[in-house]
Design a protein around this ligand. Structure first.
Ligand SMILES: C[C@@](CO)(OP(=O)(O)O)[C@H](O)COP(=O)(O)OP(=O)(O)OC[C@H]1O[C@@H](n2ccc(N)nc2=O)[C@H](O)[C@@H]1O
Ligand SMILES: Nc1ncnc2c1ncn2[C@@H]1O[C@H](COP(=O)(O)OP(=O)(O)O)[C@@H](O)[C@H]1O
Length: 284
């Protein structure tokens, strides 16, 4: 086989700067009102086009079979939707911790959709790619949208959000949180009055940040509560998405580095800059 030419594309993590749950759809998905911010903690994906139509992942992760990997699923979905006869060889360099509420898998999928749309010459619009992406996960559309955004619906109704420069310390408690069961537990709590929809807060446009999934996760996973407590020594931390990661926003890089250094001996911690936009543009 001919030597393959690889192109490398970044896939940034996201933070949910605030996350309100405002209702539930008939299919069980919860309606959200959430602010997404991209950060410069990134996976990267090497992609080479091949002409035999095969989608191959060179380095599957130990606990995710290649066929289940969101990069492979994204490539196959685009192939199916466009009828492209081309294939791709993929290599994923993971840096974003998995199951952390940082959207790494969704971001990898979005980057593959954006990159292959270009490399295969499919010519799908950003909107069409977003509609494909949501089939892979509720978080995929925002990464294709490409701008920091306020999201409603299940994350697919997006409005651009202008955000000031900021730095983040992101801590990863030593637990893996599965998104589905956390939403299920939130729903259970609605029945017993231990949780409620944040409709009024959403409608009023209140600026105070909160994550409606945080009380659920902090109770089920004491390690998350411990990290929240530790970070609150430096400011007002919040969990991102369905957890487990917890972050603190700092006004400048020096402050972020100071907090990072004081925590780095105790736990897995990252320092990241907030991005103005997604680092992959689709050429539009
Ligand atoms: C909570 C959020 C916030 O950004 O982020 P993460 O913590 O996963 O990163 C997202 O809405 C997650 O999106 P994503 O991780 O793509 O979730 P999906 O794979 O679509 O959904 C996994 C499961 O979570 C539940 N789910 C997910 C999203 C949603 N709005 N309502 C839900 O009830 C459903 O049971 C679904 O089967
Ligand atoms: N390329 C990928 N990167 C990360 N996770 C993946 C990938 N493909 C499939 N997954 C699966 O998706 C799950 C959620 O991953 P991820 O998006 O990183 O976390 P979260 O939804 O908490 O933000 C993982 O636990 C893993 O089983």
């Amino acid at each position: 086989m001919q030597a393959q030419t690889f192109h490398t594309f970044p896939a940034p993590a996201k933070l949910n700067l605030t996350l309100l749950i405002t209702g539930k759809r008939s299919d069980g998905y919860h309606l959200l009102d959430t602010d997404f911010r991209f950060i410069d903690l990134c996976d990267s994906i090497d992609i080479a086009v091949r002409d035999d139509g095969v989608i191959e992942l060179l380095n599957p992760m130990p606990d995710v079979p290649a066929d289940s990997d969101l990069t492979v699923r994204a490539a196959r979905l685009l192939q199916h939707a466009t009828g492209s006869p081309l294939g791709a060889t993929l290599r994923v360099h993971k840096r974003i911790p998995m199951g952390g509420g940082l959207g790494g898998g969704s971001s990898d999928a979005a980057t593959v959709l954006l990159a292959l749309n270009r490399l295969w010459g499919c010519g799908l619009s950003r909107e069409a790619l977003m509609q494909l992406g949501v089939q892979l996960g509720a978080d995929v559309p925002v990464f294709i949208f490409g701008k920091n955004a306020r999201a409603t619906g299940i994350g697919e109704q997006l409005t651009e959000l202008a955000l000031a420069d900021a730095w983040y310390v992101v801590c990863k408690p030593p637990v893996h949180v599965a998104t589905g069961p956390v939403f299920q537990e939130f729903s259970q709590r609605l029945l017993t009055g231990r949780a409620s929809f944040s409709i009024m807060r959403s409608l009023s446009g209140a600026t105070q940040k909160q994550n409606d999934l945080q009380p659920v996760v902090a109770e089920i996973y004491p390690a998350v509560k411990q990290v929240l407590n530790r970070l609150s020594e430096y400011g007002s931390p919040l969990m991102t998405g369905s957890g487990a990661c917890v972050f603190l926003e700092l006004a400048n890089e020096d402050q972020a580095n100071k907090v990072f250094h004081s925590l780095s001996g105790e736990m897995t911690v990252y320092v990241a800059k907030g991005l103005k936009a997604h680092p992959v543009s689709d050429g539009e």
